[in-house]
Design a protein around this ligand. Structure first.
Ligand SMILES: [Cu+2]
Length: 270
């Protein structure tokens, strides 16, 4: 039975192409680039999809059967029955069981994502109307990340997804992301890493990912946040450890966070 379901479901799953960004006419998920996203894709493709297809086929069969078998010409005197205890118990119990079958692996994935392993580096993403600001708190780096206008795009840069200053992280390292907002609700989302967290003003949410492949990954703000909600993309560049160190040494100068000198604070601390 499982085999048949898998064969049926395979017709509906798009052939995996190496994509780290949405493609024209794409169906299905982007390629997973982290363990967390692989869990999500497996859960969807191997469990949810077969269940959804089986239910759809079954309901379609029931509808067609009822249309043909109980049509007015074949069944002139319809049944007046209103209750059937067995059927009612079945159509309550079976959906419950299906939900339990789906809930168990779903919660497993949720809890796995919720437990943040020891982080190798931490970045902070701050949502603004309408761009993202980033900080590397341990490196004293701070910068803003604006979408590149269509007229300024390079050939290799996708429209509405490229930014001027990308987030750069090393490959195969646990990256903890602190997420907050400065004005309204935003959401930091990166499909290839299976990451999506609300950015809430006055509160810090956290999530994590461990990118397994070098490359450039694209995401978007995923909370309706105003007129330019669609124009605050997220670009994360995953590079080798050496390239990351090189970027860090440049970024420490280019994006240096200035110490805020506040004489009043000094007086107060004396
Ligand atoms: Cu937003």
């Amino acid at each position: 039975m499982k085999k048949i379901l898998l064969i049926i479901s395979s017709f509906f799953i798009t052939i995996e192409v190496f994509a780290d960004q949405p493609k024209d006419w794409q169906l299905g998920f982007q390629n997973p680039a982290s363990d967390g996203m692989r869990d999500i894709v497996n859960f969807h493709n191997n469990l949810l999809l077969p269940i959804i297809i089986a239910i759809s086929v079954f309901v379609l069969f029931l509808m067609l059967y009822a249309c043909v078998r109980f049509r007015a010409s074949a069944n002139p005197n319809p049944s007046k029955r209103t209750h059937n205890v067995t059927v009612e118990i079945l159509w309550t119990l079976i959906p419950c069981l299906i939900l339990i079958v789906m809930a168990v692996p779903s919660f497993k994935i949720l809890y796995k994502q919720d437990t943040i392993p020891k982080a190798d580096l931490t970045i902070k993403a701050v949502g603004y109307q309408w761009y993202w600001g980033y900080e590397y708190p341990d490196e004293n780096i701070i910068f803003d990340s604006y979408m590149i206008e269509e007229k300024d795009l390079r050939v290799d840069q996708p429209r509405l997804l490229s930014v001027d200053n990308e987030v750069v992280v090393p490959v195969n390292k646990v990256v903890k992301v602190l997420i907050t907002a400065n004005d309204v609700l935003h959401a930091w989302a990166l499909p290839a890493f299976g990451v999506k967290r609300d950015a809430v003003p006055g509160r810090i949410n956290e999530t994590w990912f461990k990118a397994e492949k070098e490359g450039t990954y694209y995401g978007q703000c995923s909370e309706l946040c105003g007129i330019k909600h669609a124009f605050m993309p997220i670009t994360v560049k995953v590079v080798s450890e050496e390239d990351y160190q090189e970027w860090l040494s440049e970024a420490r100068v280019k994006f240096a966070k200035e110490e805020i000198e506040n004489p009043q604070l000094k007086i107060a601390s004396r």
